[in-house]
Design a protein around this ligand. Structure first.
Ligand SMILES: [Zn+2]
Ligand SMILES: [Zn+2]
Length: 313
C-alpha cells in the first residue's frame, strides 16, 4: 500500500474562494500534492474548469447549510443538498450512499461568523454509519486549535461508540496565500496495483486508509495490517518508521519536529517512545487504536501526525 499526499477541502471563485481553479491547481502542485479535492460551497461548476497534469482531481462539493457543512466526494450522480430536512438528515445521507459518495463532516466545531454560516455541526445524525470521515484538523496550525481539539475528541467518541470513521485534515483553502502557513496534509492509502483516480482516493478515505500530518510521513502496520485495518485483541506486533524526508524543505522552513510516538487504545496511551523507528509487541483491548507523533511547530507543542484507527475485534 502506498500513501499519497492530498488536500481535501478547497474553494474557488465558483463559490466564495478568491482564487480561480487554475490558480488553486498551480499552488497545490507547488506543494508537491498528488491529489486535490475541489469542494466549492453548494456547486460543482468549478469541476468543468479544473485540470492538472500532475495531480489527480477528486470531484467534490461542500454542502453548506445553516446547521452544518458536509464534504461530499466523488458521488456517482448529483445529489441536491436542497433536499435536506433538519429533523431527518439521515434521509439525505442515504441519498449520498446511493450515489456511492464519500461523506465527511467539515470543521464540526468552528464557530460561525457572518461569512461562515452554519460552520458548527448541529444535525442530529441517527446513524453515523452513513458518514465516512471527520475533518478533525481544519485550516492553519490545526493541531493546536481549540475547535480542532474538540473535533478529535468527537471523532474518538464516535469510535468508542462503535462507529468507523476516518480522520482527515483540510486547509479550507479560499485564498492562495493560506498555503504559506503551517497546515496538514492528508495522506490516503491505495493498494499498489491500483491506478490513482478520484474515485479510488475517495474509496481509500471511506475505508479508513488515512493519516494527517504537518509533513512527516509514516510507514506503520499492526500485525501487518495497514491503517484502517482490523486486528485481533491480545498481543500484536506494532512496526513503524517516521520520516521527515518527503517534505524536508517545508518542515525546516516552518521549524516542525516530531519527538515522541504515542499509541492510543480506547483513549489510553499504551505505548510511547522517542524512537522514530521501532517494532514492539502490544497488548490490545477490543475497540480502536490510533498512533500519534507529538512534537513541535515553532514554539507550539502539539501532535504533528495522527493516523485514522485500526479496529481491534
Ligand atoms: Zn465549511
Ligand atoms: Zn469550506
Amino acid at each position: 500500500m502506498k500513501f499519497y499526499p492530498t488536500e481535501l477541502h478547497t474553494h474557488t471563485q465558483h463559490s466564495d474562494g478568491w482564487q480561480t481553479p487554475a490558480e488553486l491547481v498551480k499552488a497545490a502542485e507547488k506543494l508537491g500534492l498528488k491529489a486535490l479535492a475541489l469542494t466549492d460551497h453548494n456547486t460543482m461548476s468549478g469541476l468543468r474548469e479544473i485540470k492538472s497534469k500532475i495531480m489527480t482531481i477528486i470531484n467534490g462539493i461542500e454542502w453548506t447549510t445553516f446547521f452544518g457543512h458536509i464534504l461530499v466526494l466523488e458521488p456517482d450522480f448529483y445529489v441536491d443538498y436542497r433536499g435536506i430536512e433538519k429533523d431527518d438528515f439521515d434521509r439525505s445521507l442515504k441519498e449520498l450512499r446511493k450515489a456511492d459518495a464519500t461523506v465527511g463532516i467539515a470543521h464540526p466545531f468552528r464557530l460561525g461568523n457572518p461569512f461562515c454560516t452554519g460552520c458548527f455541526f448541529e444535525y442530529g445524525v441517527r446513524d453515523y454509519g452513513l458518514i465516512d470521515y471527520v475533518e478533525v484538523w481544519s485550516m492553519s496550525e490545526p493541531a493546536a486549535g481549540y475547535e480542532n481539539i474538540r473535533a478529535v475528541k468527537f471523532h474518538r467518541q464516535l469510535l468508542s461508540d462503535g462507529h468507523r470513521l476516518a480522520v482527515t485534515g483540510g486547509l479550507d483553502w479560499h485564498v492562495t496565500r493560506q498555503a504559506d502557513g503551517v497546515f496538514a496534509r492528508t495522506y490516503v492509502g491505495i493498494e499498489d496495483s491500483i491506478e490513482l483516480s478520484g474515485k479510488v482516493l475517495a474509496r481509500g478515505i471511506k475505508t479508513g486508509r488515512t493519516y494527517i500530518t504537518y509533513g512527516h510521513t509514516i510507514d506503520v502496520t499492526l500485525d501487518g495490517e495497514h491503517i484502517g485495518g482490523e486486528v485481533g485483541s491480545g498481543k500484536v506486533l506494532l512496526s513503524y518508521s517516521v520520516s521527515g524526508k518527503e517534505n524536508l524543505g517545508y518542515l525546516n522552513k516552518n521549524d516542525i519536529t516530531a519527538k515522541e510516538i504515542r499509541v492510543i487504545n480506547n483513549d489510553k496511551v499504551i505505548y510511547s517512545s522517542r524512537k522514530m523507528k521501532d517494532a514492539s509487541e502490544l497488548a490490545l483491548e477490543k475497540g480502536w487504536i490510533i498512533l500519534e507523533a507529538h512534537g513541535r511547530s515553532g514554539s507550539t507543542e502539539c501532535p504533528v501526525l495522527m493516523t485514522s484507527a485500526w479496529y481491534v475485534v
